[in-house]
Design a protein around this ligand. Structure first.
Ligand code: SAH
Ligand code: SF4
Ligand code: F3S
Length: 478
């Protein structure tokens, strides 16, 4: 789950945002930080406010409500929230000078982690609520509108958030193009010693298969061609299939792949311990499941992996990768790495570089270890100095960068199906996604290809993207 993967677009949608008759038109602006799950949650917050007459806007300036949907994963992510709140305080002052109101809410993982503390530090905040209670947003707003006191809600409620959220017709608002996220699992019971997620998102929860299929069908009806299944531990998803038998993610993927019009499936983020046979077999058998796997390993040193409580060693990771490559030889691999975990020596770090060389990644994310309040690793004594972390991160990223460039350059000359889901900078430039999640740019693209899956001849592979052209006889594949 990554901050840099969160799309920056905030597109007001056509459907589902209509106010109920007689309701006043009001505006909501949601700013998203953090991972894809926050992107999904932000969209649902907009959906849930639609029946009360709120439509989404893409700037805070003329909004009646501003929600910051926050991330607590690293210190930098959390700090951004307070600088944004400083700006919002000015905006609120300006507005109140004009006799207008601005309601400021903080949602997401910082809200969950800090609770009351947040309103003490930033009294401008009217509403603090965690990731498990955003379905109650209309109720909070109504209470505040009636002059109620500030609200802080960080309980994990007993009612099922997903069960309470609007039905699929309304959820068409989620279809903000040809690609969409669908949260199938939340929370985490793994307690890696560096990570806040088990505290901010709570314990593992899997949505029932019927609800997931219903939401996926609604997305496809609304024009979505590619769905990315989301969860903090997405491959820990478990449920029961139509026949009442226990099912894991591989089974769910097979059921989703049956939906007419759904061309592509992906899932993120998975944990090595939950890569079971059924899921690996789905990579072999289900053509809709894209040949790309994000499987965070964090470190290549067994000593550090143990201290992180990852509960697997480097060798186990290699064996999983071998099984996946045997099932799907062209799979592109991605991962997450942390450098400078407490106690990490040069030899530990070199073991990580060794793992990267052995596996070979098409792309990856890497971070300097950031001590997080309340997590066991934060109070370890042998913290690694900042300059050592920076130096290691640079070396690690140089190696990952080489591998990424080699992978992309190796795609030149191939023809790949590309799903066009963004407009490029230049006029008539379209940007799409390859099966391996690379960005593919083409010039002189006919407008009607937006939202379609089309064969593209790759001409150049750069570090962060590919450039291609349409095949002469190009037809729309889906
Ligand atoms: N559930 C996923 C990861 C969720 S957090 C998994 O188990 O892999 C996304 C990534 O952020 C992690 O994979 C890790 O690389 C990074 N991360 C989490 N906590 C961190 C911390 N305290 N400092 C630096 N990076 C961190
Ligand atoms: Fe965090 Fe570990 Fe859970 Fe991933 S598996 S969310 S890194 S505690
Ligand atoms: Fe951040 Fe919470 Fe996602 S801490 S990475 S927004 S689960």
């Amino acid at each position: 789950m990554h901050d840099h993967q969160a799309p920056s677009r905030t597109v007001a949608s056509e459907e589902g945002l209509k106010a109920e008759p007689g309701a006043p038109r009001k505006k909501i602006f949601v700013k998203t930080y953090g991972c894809q799950m926050n992107v999904y949650d932000s969209a649902r917050m907009v959906d849930v406010m639609a029946p009360s007459g709120y439509s989404e806007v893409d700037t805070p300036d003329d909004a009646d409500i501003v929600i910051l949907n926050t991330c607590h994963i690293r210190e930098k992510a959390a700090d951004k929230v307070y600088s944004e709140l400083g700006r919002l305080r000015e905006l609120k002052k300006e507005k109140s000078g004009r006799g207008e109101e601005l309601l400021i809410g903080v949602a997401g993982c910082v809200a969950q982690a800090e609770g009351e503390e947040m309103r003490r530090r930033a009294p401008v905040v009217d509403l603090v609520f965690g990731p498990q209670t955003y379905h109650r947003l209309p109720e909070y707003v109504a209470r505040l509108a009636n002059g109620g006191p500030g609200i802080v809600e960080t309980e994990f409620p007993a009612d099922d958030k997903f069960g309470t959220l609007p039905m699929p017709e309304k959820r068409k608002t989620l279809a903000r193009g040809a690609t969409a996220f669908l949260t199938i699992q939340e929370g985490c019971d793994k307690f890696c010693t560096f990570c806040v997620v088990p505290y901010t998102r709570g314990s593992e929860f899997s949505r029932p298969i019927a609800r997931i299929l219903e939401e996926a069908r609604a997305l496809v009806d609304a024009g979505v061609r590619e769905i990315t299944l989301l969860g903090q531990n997405v491959n820990a998803w478990h449920g029961v299939d139509e026949t009442g038998r226990p099912a894991t993610l591989g089974r769910l993927i097979r059921a989703l792949a049956q939906i007419d019009g759904l061309a592509r499936l992906r899932y993120t983020t998975s944990h090595p311990r939950d890569m079971d046979e059924e899921l690996i077999a789905a990579h072999r058998d289900v053509p809709e499941l894209m040949p790309y796997l994000h499987l965070p390993v964090q470190s290549g040193s067994d000593r550090i992996l143990a201290a992180m409580n990852r509960r697997h060693d480097a060798d186990t990771y290699y064996r999983i990768i071998d099984r996946i490559r045997a099932a799907k030889p062209d799979i592109a691999l991605s991962s997450d790495f942390i450098v400078g975990f407490p106690g990490e020596t040069e030899a530990d770090f070199e073991a990580t570089l060794g793992l990267i060389r052995t596996v070979g990644f098409a792309q990856a994310y890497s971070f300097k270890y950031s001590p997080r309040p309340g997590t066991p690793a934060a109070t370890e004594e042998d913290q690694v100095p900042e300059d050592v972390k920076s130096e290691r991160l640079q070396r690690l990223q140089a190696l990952l960068g080489e591998q990424q460039l080699a992978f992309n350059a190796g795609c030149a000359g191939r023809t790949m199906p590309v799903l066009f889901d963004r407009r490029g900078r230049g006029e008539s430039q379209l940007v799409g996604r390859s099966p391996y999640l690379q960005s593919v740019h083409i010039d002189d693209a006919p407008e009607h290809l937006f939202g379609s899956l089309v064969d593209v001849v790759i001409e150049e592979g750069h570090r962060n993207s590919l450039r291609g052209r349409l095949r002469e006889e190009a037809g729309v594949l889906v």
